[in-house]
Design a protein around this ligand. Structure first.
Ligand SMILES: C[S@@+](CC[C@H](N)C(=O)[O-])C[C@H]1O[C@@H](n2cnc3c(N)ncnc32)[C@H](O)[C@@H]1O
Length: 170
């Protein structure tokens, strides 16, 4: 395995990037108001905000932020959010819709962030494109950028993920 590429050489990030670059404009309109109708999602995000703020605050990464709708929501909860995404076109929409939000192009497997810089991290429907064999690399990268590190996902979580995420989402 090399970086984001599984053995066999398929460049999955390039394929995923091309797909999101192609749909970025339409995607911006699809889920824009989705959180308004999802109280459980908002509750989860509120817990993240509360946990980060209770520990003194600090930057929170929205990793695979797409058009930045969740990053904007978290900023509205008082968090200091930085967004990272593979797709420059998705980030262009994010810049348009949420001017002033710090955003960077990068991959989950090699985040453009310094060691220990984040007080919290969120990967909201973004690891769905990562093949199971590459997940531990993404987790190691999360541990690297989080100030307090991060636990390994339990084996049961991996099994559920592997059976729940279908090939066409990768
Ligand atoms: C389903 S969208 C979700 C976007 C956003 N989190 C939201 O909920 O609106 C998945 C996003 O993850 C990004 N993504 C997928 N694989 C990635 C990777 N390996 N590194 C960085 N971003 C990735 C895609 O470019 C896309 O913007």
């Amino acid at each position: 395995m090399v970086g984001d590429r599984p053995a066999g050489g398929t460049d999955l990030p390039a394929r995923t990037r091309a797909a999101y670059d192609a749909v970025a404009h339409d995607y911006a309109d699809l889920p824009r108001d989705e959180l308004a109708g999802k109280p459980l999602d908002r509750a989860l995000l509120a817990v993240l905000a509360e946990q980060v703020q209770r520990r003194g605050g600090g930057p929170v990464g929205d990793l695979g932020c797409g058009t930045g709708r969740v990053a904007a929501h978290l900023a509205g909860l008082g968090l200091d959010v930085v967004g990272v995404d593979l797709s420059p076109a998705m980030l262009r929409v994010a810049r348009r819709d949420s001017p002033g939000l710090p955003l960077a192009v990068g991959t989950l497997a090699a985040l453009p962030l310094a060691d220990g810089v984040l007080a919290g991290a969120l990967a909201w429907y973004s690891v769905i494109h990562t093949p199971p064999a590459l997940l531990s690399g993404v987790c190691a990268e999360l541990r690297r950028v989080l100030a307090g590190g991060a636990p390994e996902p339990p084996e049961r979580t991996r099994q559920v993920y592997v059976s729940a995420v279908r090939e066409e989402h990768r």
